[in-house]
Ligand binder design. Sequence first.
Ligand code: KG4
Ligand code: ZN
Length: 359
Amino acid sequence: MIVLGIESSCDETAAAVVEDGYKLRSNVVASSMDLHAAYGGVVPEIAARSHIEAVMPVINQALEQADCTWDDIDAIAVTYGAGLGGSLLIGVLSARTLAITKSKPLYAINHVEGHVYANFLTELADTPQLEFMKGQLPAKQPEFPLLALIVSGGHSQLALFRGHFDYTLLGQTQDDAIGEAFDKVAKIIGLPYPGGPSVEKKAVEGNPHAYQFPKAKMAGKYDFSFSGLKTAVLRAAQAAIGEDFTFASKGLPERLNEAQKADIAASFQRVAIETVVDKALVAFEEFAPKSVVIAGGVAASPALRQHLAERLPIPIDYTAFKLCTDNGAMIATLGCFKAMHEQPTADPYTLDIAPNLSM
Ligand code: KG4
Ligand code: ZN
């Protein structure tokens, strides 16, 4: 079963080819991230315009890298939600058109479920472009029951998968996603977008216990909240320069010194990571899953990986950093499993986008 996956929910135009749900044959990602950096976050109109330009070249490159022609492709899988409307539309319309003109079955993929399936890739095709991921994929596929900690720019969720397509959402963020909190904190202390990697880099120089930021107490055992943490960071930054809460946040980066920025980054990162790991451990104890996976852009955080590895009683297999942030491989992988399990296909004449799709 060879599936072409297409992903365009945010600022990455991505396509990939996956075989039988475990073997990555190609992975191509074009990002408009640099165009958004000047604005400190994704500008939906810019993202959509970039997708229009990139989508067909990226798909063609994914086929070429996989050494595939359209005859080799058994099905197309595409992200139809959640995400930015204009961005999703480009991927979905492209996939619909290709499904019709190339006569391929079409699978509609939930982006967040897709992130979880990046962890099912265990093998790389012998292709020079994939070589940098060598040694970075899990040795074997995760087993059910599977606890998934989903931590991305748009989502923070804990889900228990009992089998393919059989899962329960245990809890989720009630406000900001964890990645969003990284992005906002980066902006407060004047670090470049995307905030995850830049906070992580700055945190290395700082003291993670310099500030005692609060962990939100939630009614739902597995729910998260990050907006209070973000506000606490803002207040701490204002206090660090001797100002009160009326001081405008955009004036903070030039008044904070590098040591203060590093301490704030390190203290924030510690609490954000502890927050999600604390809940993952409670879920681990309650449900005794056979495997635990982390998924989404923040799963690329070495600090999160290290903290989880230290506290989780079972070893955890991580996927390549490149497969944590948005990509087509995760969409193609879930597409493979849908095809292999004869799940319903989408109608290429009517498939609509679902910007607010939940798990
Ligand atoms: O999964 P993703 O590519 O997009 C969404 O579906 O949202 O996640 C992007 C998020 C951004 O918020 C980015 O700051 C965060 O992942 N991120 C990281 C790291 N790399 C990316 N967060 C923490 N540490 C990292 N190394
Ligand atoms: Zn994502």
